[in-house]
Design a protein around this ligand. Sequence first.
Ligand code: HGY
Ligand code: MN
Ligand code: MN
Length: 414
Amino acid sequence: MKIEVDAERLAQEIDGLAAITEAEPPAVTRVVFTEQDLRARAWLRERCEEAGLAIRADAAGNTFMRWEGSRPELPAVATGSHIDAIPNAGRFDGVVGVLGGLEAIRALQRSGLRPERSIELIQFTAEEPTRFGVGCIGSRLLAGVLGPDADERLRGSDDTTLKMARTNAGFRGNLASVRLARGAYAAFVELHIEQGPILEREAIAIGVVTNIVGPASFFITVEGQGGHAGGVLMPDRHDALCAAAELIVKIESLARGSGSTDTVATVGICEVHPGAINSIPGRVKLGVDVRDTDGKRRDRVLNEMQRTAEQIAQQRQVQITTQMLNADEPAVSSAEVLAAIEQGCAEEELRSRRITARAYHDSSFMAKIAPMAMIFIPCRGGVSHRPDEYAAPEHIVGGVRVLARTLAELSHAH
Ligand code: HGY
Ligand code: MN
Ligand code: MN
């Protein structure tokens, strides 16, 4: 099978999409259902219409671009990723899987092959947690991990509900209609940058993802007693920030002490109230992210953390409450899809290795309704979620070529 990838056009398209941003280029900010997100969606639809794909969107804004196969009645093979971006991010996270997926389809069209199973490119809504506090909203709804109650339950930092934001963006209809049954797709494959240093360090072109960590995220609120920084003597204090600081260090040591480096914990948000230099913090809000390849080991860390919070609350006479946002199981890739990817690497004579995904992805949830696996390509220094995120053109092309072969294999193209 002769695969021709138009590397120059793909590079131009990645740059073209990156220019649709709220941030000062080269940074990319494109938060779900904002004006930039909608401009980017419209831009993508145009590219897909040019490729002759049939386009539909569901009530959550997940958008499906379909290349009809010779047997359209069969479950399709899908690929895809996200185009939303956290503030001040890079241009490759998610985009490589969407525009690379489009180019893989175009390359198969150019090869003269016809897939038996239709091939669908999916652009998922809100992979990033920026606006609604939880990530992968579109793929969670597709997989039934989130239900229609998310419409009112998920509220953005600007106090709009998911329902308000999606309907204002033109995605109406009942959220319950988004859910797909298991088997809706014959397979799902996502191309993505590694967002870690291993492939570059080992000079390997392709990462074949065997599993995706299970993420948990939550807010912790510490309520103490505020007061005058001069007038309240130390024995009389109930300083919320000191209590939070004790808890932060404990969260770190629980992750370090879990018995595996696959356990990671991050306190990425720390809001101090009232936030004045001469006022004792009365309230602190922490945003915490804990991940592991082993769900049970991760949950042991969460339970130990909860016990510690209760002890600190008791000792310091403060109140500590936790609001869970999500606690998802790790995802495991399908042997059939892994084999198709590795066959594609062999045909392309590209060095590959099996690897764990330490960021979560829409694939984490697509795994609940279809056999799934991911294709990783190296990114410079393992850097991601920063404007200097970079994937070399030859690595992007290599990933697209392997994806094209994988889609051809899984869709029985001939
Ligand atoms: O946080 C993550 O793992 C993903 O990049 N949203
Ligand atoms: Mn990301
Ligand atoms: Mn991503």
